[in-house]
Ligand binder design. Structure first.
Ligand code: NAD
Ligand code: IPM
Ligand code: MN
Length: 361
């Protein structure tokens, strides 16, 4: 294949600043390797609500469904927080987009890049060599369970969110995690709360059953509270972590600090025909519009797109090596800044990466 159609959804806040930097990297790749990437931009999130009254317009969903992959920035922000829930960017756009595209597996690799060992708030000896792949279930659990709200007799209210998983939903994501572990260090840690939750008991039983098919992979079960602690105490014990939707959401923000910044954590959402690639972080309203955002998580998400959707492994590595090189040379956005390094803004960081891609052998 020579031509690839990429839907580009910048979204809100820093989304509009970081996505162009990832597109820049992809354009440098296209030029270098002789591919044709066709980028089509569309509105999503608060930006789409403001323009057309809905955070996920039909045209945007259709564009995504008719593309080879989707590159997304981030959505949401204080301006849209008080909208009725179905119009909120997060619930009205991001969740349906993931669901409609069938993206049940969210891969979030937490890797410490050389040169960033002192950017983290954690000790050098704790994080040196960290390389974890979190596989987060993305289309089930609390996010998609039934929600209710009702008034109670005492004048207050009652609200519920249902956490449910089927064997099928657990099996497909856990199987994916096992296959990934097989290609790595052959260790799988399944994270649940089986001491309390029924859905977690089914999760654990299902993993235990599947483990028999993967005798070459070491399987460990861990409660989510312990996992939150172990990630900081000794992150190097982990290879692949697999867990349900919300546990994975929370644990990956935590794990991002092993890499120095949430601005370093990319993600790939796969499982359907069209993959979605977005940084793990949000729209960062506190720094939006100031060119302070770190674009590397989005640029690394573009690398994941090349790897998982287009099977362009060498091209993916070229982006990752360019990022490594730029960091080794000391370029830093404010979130990674430390004494003796070279402070750059979002655009300058993107330019440096594109330059390294063009210079790559
Ligand atoms: P956030 O990830 O946007 O920001 C948390 C903190 O990390 C902020 O201090 C921010 O400045 C910083 N940060 C995040 N990305 C950064 C980057 N690339 N470079 C430098 N610093 C960065 O989380 P939040 O503040 O809890 O949420 C803000 C909004 O984003 C909310 O509306 C939330 O719902 C939404 N959100 C969207 C996504 C998504 O689109 N996938 C993900 C998470 C949050
Ligand atoms: C993420 C975000 C989303 C999630 C929100 C914005 C719906 O936090 O991508 O991690 O919780 O999945
Ligand atoms: Mn999150």
């Amino acid at each position: 294949q020579e031509m690839y159609r990429i839907a580009v959804l910048p979204g809100d806040g820093i989304g509009v600043e970081i996505v162009p930097e990832a597109v820049k990297a992809l354009k440098a790749i296209a030029e270098k390797f002789g591919h044709e990437f066709v980028f089509t931009e569309a509105l999503v999130g608060g930006a789409a609500y403001d323009a057309v009254g809905h955070p996920l317009p039909d045209e945007t969903l259709e564009l995504c469904q008719n593309s080879d992959a989707v590159l997304l920035g981030a959505i949401g922000g204080p301006k849209w927080d008080d909208l009725p829930v179905h119009l909120r960017p997060e619930v009205g756009a991001l969740l349906p987009l993931r669901k409609e595209l069938g993206l049940f597996a969210n891969l979030r690799p937490c890797m410490l890049f050389p040169g960033l060992i002192h950017a983290s708030t954690l000790k050098e000896e704790v994080i040196e060599g960290v390389d974890i792949l979190v596989v987060r279930e993305l289309t089930g659990g609390l996010y998609f369970g039934e929600k209710t709200r009702e008034k109670t007799a005492d004048g207050g209210q009652k609200a519920t969110d249902v956490l449910s998983y089927s064997t099928y939903e657990i099996e497909r994501v856990v199987r994916f995690a096992y296959e990934a572990a097989r290609k790595r260090r052959k260790k799988l840690c399944s994270v649940d709360k089986a001491n309390v939750l029924e859905s977690s008991r089914l999760w654990r039983e299902t993993v235990t059953e599947l483990a028999k098919e993967y005798p070459d992979v070491e399987t460990v079960h861990m409660y989510v509270d312990n996992c939150a602690m172990q990630l900081i105490r000794n992150p190097k014990q982990f290879d692949v972590i697999v867990t349900e939707n919300m546990f994975g959401d929370i644990l990956t923000d935590e794990a991002s600090m092993l890499t120095g910044s949430i601005g370093m954590l990319p993600s790939a959402s796969i499982g359907g025909e069209v993959g979605l690639y977005e940084p793990a972080h949000g729209s960062a309203p506190d720094i939006a519009g100031q060119k302070k955002a770190n674009p590397l998580a989005t640029i690394l998400s573009a690398a994941m797109m090349l790897r998982y959707s287009f099977h362009l492994e060498e091209e993916a590595r070229t982006i990752e090596n360019a990022v490594r090189q730029v960091l080794i040379e000391g370029y830093r956005t404010p979130d990674l800044m430390e004494p003796g390094k070279i402070l750059v803004n979002t655009v300058e960081m993107g330019d440096k990466v594109a330059e390294k891609i063009r210079e790559a052998k």
